[in-house]
Design a protein around this ligand. Structure first.
Ligand code: DGT
Ligand code: CA
Ligand code: CA
Ligand code: ZN
Length: 575
């Protein structure tokens, strides 16, 4: 499998951790951390950049030496320096620094004093009260360490794989399986097929006249780290990426029934079985039966049909009313990516993006979009070099000038303006009124009570220049939970004021999720599907947001960026 940007970043982070434990030069440590950050936000797959001989040293923090290391990782899948460093310290030691409160210095000290080489060692020593006897540690600190280990273990286990990451793995797995010509049909079912934001594992379904060949070929996939179970027609393995894969080989004539069963969700399946029973049918992974005779099994469509239902797309299969709607032939006509005409949230290298305004525009145009809103951060987000009124005014002029050179494509003048703690916006109305669109978001002071946060956002919406609430829950997948907010109240307030909410397509954000989208539709507030792009590469991710919209039953008319700019413009002028 090709080396991903995240793999390179992980190696650099790992090196930095080990160097820190070894008391290396802080500049050297920081250099690796910076490089990790740069690589993970590169505009393109680093493997492609290397094979195209692009100059990596053009990116911040990447010198000749690091560029060479990146090349080595891409070409060999590993880095000799890391293997060498790993031999210098015990394996588990680098993991200790992931426990809050244990920095590299403490990790090293614990190793020297108590020979603690792993999380398990640390836990045991803390339980035995050995840590608190050391200089610089207290009993309180010791029990805190135990608590941190506990929650670290929990989050580590509860981590589900982001859909995009699973997608990349699924594609390479299917491609590998296809090398076996005997394979007939192949499909990844489960939550992956339902396009859930995160997936627990992949459920691979294959038809082939020779299950043995399939299993032998599957076993030889070189990304497999551990085989958990292996039988004649099914197996469970764990990949090096930590993702589990379940594989099933079924008969061709049962493929539809098996696909239906293993796509789930479980709740959807249970409801279908109930319907079948009411009709005197039996339904399982092999087919739908009346007494002993098979009524349908090769195609999902046929099974739905025999149950008196129109075909239900995988994204809807959550038993959230889709079966009732299919009985009445009232399923929504779901939104598709091709109907999106523009993107309303993007950053450039003027703040924390990677590409210039011109590059972003060209890529959006190439993707067939009619408009792209440039929405830089406002000054409160100092880490991203957020704009003040003066810089924003300069950007407005630049965009106007750019648009004069265009024919049929439009850059919109926008801002991602911070919602301050008191509900005010981070820039004065006098400058906000010069813009085409204002995306508003909460980036700091996230620990408010639900009442306070809800009030903060709604108060911000009182400002007539508020158009779109960006990443409405603030969650970062596997990193930070959503802030406390009453989304229903926020949506009602948005509807009353003519504001909109965003479905953010950044793979680590992906808020709103499907059920929130459904709530928005029921309340009657329209949504924007926005990439929040920080590079040209990310402009391609509209389909991720579309998947969530589809999971939330949304149709073209529920999404504002299906409108042409002329029409949409009217909605952004609230007064
Ligand atoms: P995940 O992997 O946690 O993201 O979620 P799923 O939905 O992919 O769940 P998974 O991998 O455990 O099972 C795949 C599908 O197989 C699931 O969506 C429905 C079906 N399935 C699994 N266990 C059962 C069960 O006990 N009863 C029924 N009716 N279906 C099941
Ligand atoms: Ca699954
Ligand atoms: Ca599974
Ligand atoms: Zn933001």
């Amino acid at each position: 499998m090709t080396v991903q940007n995240a793999d390179v970043a992980n190696i650099f982070e790992h090196i930095a951790d080990i160097l820190a434990i070894e008391n290396a030069n802080p500049f050297r440590i920081r250099a690796y951390r910076n490089a990790a950050r740069t690589v993970s936000s590169l505009p393109k797959p680093v493997s492609e950049m290397v094979s195209q001989h692009l100059d990596l040293t053009e990116y911040p923090g990447i010198g000749k030496d690091l560029a060479g290391k990146i090349e080595e990782i891409v070409k060999t899948g590993e880095l000799q320096l890391l293997s060498k460093l790993e031999k210098e310290i015990p394996q588990g030691l680098a993991r200790l620094v992931e426990i809050p409160g244990i920095g590299p210095k403490k990790a090293k000290y614990l190793y020297k004093k108590l020979n603690i080489q792993s999380l398990d060692d640390l836990e045991r020593a803390a339980r035995q009260g050995k840590i608190s006897t050391l200089k610089g540690f207290t009993e309180k600190g010791e029990s805190k360490i135990l608590k941190e280990i506990d929650s670290f273990k929990q989050t580590d286990q509860s981590k589900r794989t982001k859909w995009v990451d699973a997608h990349e793995i699924a594609l390479s797995l299917v491609k590998y399986m296809r090398e076996l010509p005997d394979i007939d049909q192949i499909e990844v079912a489960g939550s992956y097929r339902r396009k859930k934001v995160t997936v627990g594992d992949l459920d691979l379904l294959v038809t082939c006249s020779s299950p043995q060949k399939v299993m032998d070929h599957f076993k030889a996939f070189d990304e497999i780290r551990e085989v958990r179970a292996m039988g004649p027609t099914k197996a469970t393995v764990v990949l090096k990426s930590n993702l589990q894969v379940d594989i099933r080989v079924v008969k061709k004539e049962s493929f539809g029934a098996a696909l239906l069963y293993f796509t789930g969700s479980k709740a959807h399946n249970i409801h279908l079985r109930k319907l079948a029973m009411e009709r005197g049918y039996k339904i399982n992974e092999y087919g739908m039966f009346k007494n002993q005779s098979m009524l349908a099994s090769a195609l999902e469509e046929d099974i739905y049909k025999k149950l008196g239902l129109s075909y239900i797309g995988p994204e809807l299969r959550e038993d959230m009313g889709e079966i009732e709607a299919a009985q009445k032939k009232q399923l929504p006509k779901l939104i598709e990516t091709k109907f999106l005409r523009g993107d309303l949230h993007a950053h450039t290298d003027l703040t924390d993006g990677q590409n210039s305004l011109e590059e972003m525009a060209m890529e959006a145009k190439r993707l067939g979009l009619e408009y792209l809103a440039i929405t830089e951060h406002s000054k409160r987000v100092a880490v991203a070099r957020g704009l003040d009124a003066k810089l924003l005014e300069r950007l407005i002029k630049k965009i106007d000038k750019f648009n004069e050179t265009q024919n049929g494509f439009l850059l919109l003048k926008g801002i991602e303006v911070d919602i301050l703690s008191d509900g005010k916006l981070d820039l004065p109305d006098s400058i906000l009124q010069m813009l085409d669109v204002r995306v508003c978001s909460v980036h700091y002071n996230l620990n408010l009570s639900m009442e306070k946060m809800t009030e903060r956002i709604i108060r911000a919406m009182d400002n007539p220049y508020f158009n779109i609430l960006a990443h409405p829950t603030g969650r970062l997948i596997n990193k930070r939970p959503a802030y406390a907010v009453d989304l229903e109240k926020v949506m009602l307030a948005a509807k009353a004021r003519g504001c909109f909410l965003e479905i953010n397509c950044q793979p680590h954000r992906m808020d709103l999720e499907g059920e929130h989208c459904k709530m928005a539709k029921e309340i009657g507030v329209k949504l924007a599907i926005s990439t929040d792009s920080h590079s040209i590469n990310q402009l391609h991710s509209l389909e991720l947001g579309v998947a969530q919209a589809r999971r939330g039953w949304l149709e073209n008319s529920d999404i504002i960026n299906t409108m042409d700019w002329k029409t949409l413009q009217g909605y952004f002028k609230r007064n």
